[in-house]
Design a protein around this ligand. Structure first.
Ligand SMILES: NC(=O)C1=CN([C@@H]2O[C@H](COP(=O)(O)OP(=O)(O)OC[C@H]3O[C@@H](n4cnc5c(N)ncnc54)[C@H](O)[C@@H]3O)[C@@H](O)[C@H]2O)C=CC1
Ligand SMILES: NCC(=O)COP(=O)(O)O
Length: 418
């Protein structure tokens, strides 16, 4: 990969620098991998360190740490970052809603580096950072309901989410300032022992932040969302590679397998997305939370061309980990010889874990966040964060994977097989 940005106050030399990205869940890892715009591998950790990549290839490691206790999440980060070759560009993917173990992981990530440049805006999802505060469509995160499923209230600022990590705000005036001003603002933060938290509203802002961070040279680490990964991709990735697959027909390979869609997210948008799929002829298997937690069973391999498995009913948030593990066990046998669509991140990881998939190659993106990857045995796997996508998201994904019309199979509201 070559660094093609001309730096303010001087030319940034073209340099081949491998990227290692760490994500706390699998849908975030996949989104990061396509954003980096280079050949990439997604590794489902833990992995042996030091982690090494093939020349020209980015590595994205899913630490699967979103749901871990803070100390374990921090250890997972440290286990990798302590052994990274000096010239590697390190990127830590975080949730644009600041969920997960942000404070613990950022603290661990900062150790051993010269400093961390932080920019958590995600303009593609209208998530911006102004005055150090995340805004969702203009509404401050802590005044939104985005943390409704979390046990804690949303943090009032990025700095608050970072806990004890010493940080300093970098306002938009610096981000958009005269050439070289941003780099010097970042340098000034580091000189005070603080990690800069950058405001950003646009991709152009993120491009400036990523370029300034890289100009500061090896040892400066980046932390942000898929938006900042995209900026890195534009700087370091393969020219002309956008990562967008869209809905064009994809070569299905030798065998067209059944398509199994597992919806494990509790997002309120999911039922509407499933309804669109059913209207297009997909078969549905509904599993109640009670059944999953108390009388789990094994689904038989699907007969229908497209089958969607969903969770119905409510469960206490304290059972969430068990619930998603039970869902993965339930679909394990059925999923064995299927192409897969998995949403959200924890669901995707649990299902691939039971299938013993440890390595994915991203192919492209069907829509923002809906990433198509291939398993080593040639199967297609689409991962998507639970909260992403319009009402037709799953239908669009199916259309991309199965351009031919889906044969209608009547849905059994209680059953497993049609
Ligand atoms: N604190 C909690 O229990 C939860 C937190 N979240 C947050 O949302 C983030 C994004 O998650 P997504 O991408 O949407 O999906 P995901 O696949 O990453 O997580 C979905 C979670 O919701 C749980 N769940 C699904 N249906 C449920 C139901 N009917 N009742 C109770 N729990 C149910 C699953 O067991 C799983 O743990 C997570 O990483 C986490 O930060 C999401 C759900 C539950
Ligand atoms: N797992 C998906 C996720 O973390 C969403 O991340 P972002 O796209 O909101 O940064």
């Amino acid at each position: 990969m070559s660094l093609s940005a001309a730096g303010p106050g001087g030319h940034v030399q073209a340099a081949h620098r491998p990227v290692l990205a760490l994500a706390d869940d699998l849908s975030g890892a996949a989104g990061t991998a396509v954003a980096l715009r280079s050949p990439a591998r997604i590794l489902l950790g833990p992995v042996a360190v030091p982690v090494t990549s093939a020349p020209g290839e980015s590595l994205v490691l899913d630490l699967d740490s979103r749901q871990l206790p803070g100390a374990e999440a921090a250890r997972a980060v440290r286990d990798v970052t302590h052994a990274v070759p000096a010239r590697t560009v390190l990127f830590k993917k975080v949730d644009s809603l600041l969920r997960g173990n942000l404070a613990a992981e950022a603290g661990a990530y900062a150790r051993g580096g010269r400093g961390v440049v932080i920019a958590t805006a995600l303009p593609a999802a209208r998530r911006t950072v102004r005055g150090g505060i995340v805004h969702l469509d203009g509404v401050p995160l802590h005044e939104s309901d985005a943390w409704r499923a979390e046990a804690r209230p949303a943090p009032p600022s990025v700095a608050a989410a970072l806990g004890d990590l010493p940080s300093a705000p970098v306002p938009l005036t610096d981000v958009r300032g005269a050439p070289g001003a941003l780099r010097e603002a970042l340098r000034a933060c580091f000189a005070q022992g603080r990690h800069p938290v950058c405001d950003a509203e646009t991709e152009t802002d993120l491009d400036a932040i990523a370029a300034a961070a890289l100009e500061l040279g090896p040892g400066i680490r980046l932390l942000g969302t898929g938006g900042l990964a995209g900026a890195l991709g534009r700087l370091l990735g393969t020219p002309g590679e956008s990562g967008e697959t869209g809905e064009r027909a994809l070569t299905p390979g030798d065998a067209v397998r059944p398509l199994l869609i597992v919806v494990g997210t509790a997002e309120p948008s999911a039922p509407g997305q499933i309804a669109h799929l059913l209207a297009a002829g997909a078969h549905q298997v509904s599993l109640s939370t009670h059944e999953l937690l108390h009388t789990p069973r094994r689904l038989a391999p699907p007969v229908a061309a497209v089958t969607v498995v969903r969770i119905t009913g409510a469960a206490d948030p304290s059972r969430a980990r068990r619930l998603v593990a039970a869902l993965a066990d339930t679909v394990a046998e059925a999923a064995h010889d299927c192409d897969l669509v998995l949403t959200g991140g924890e669901t995707a990881r649990r299902v691939l874990d039971v299938l013993r998939v440890t390595d994915l190659r991203p192919v492209g993106q069907i829509h923002h966040g809906a990433v198509l990857s291939r398993t080593p045995d040639g199967r297609s796997v689409v991962t998507r964060p639970g909260s992403y996508g319009e009402a037709d998201s799953l239908r669009r994904i199916v259309r991309a994977l199965r351009p031919a019309p889906v044969r209608h199979v009547p849905t059994d509201p209680t059953g497993v097989a049609p």
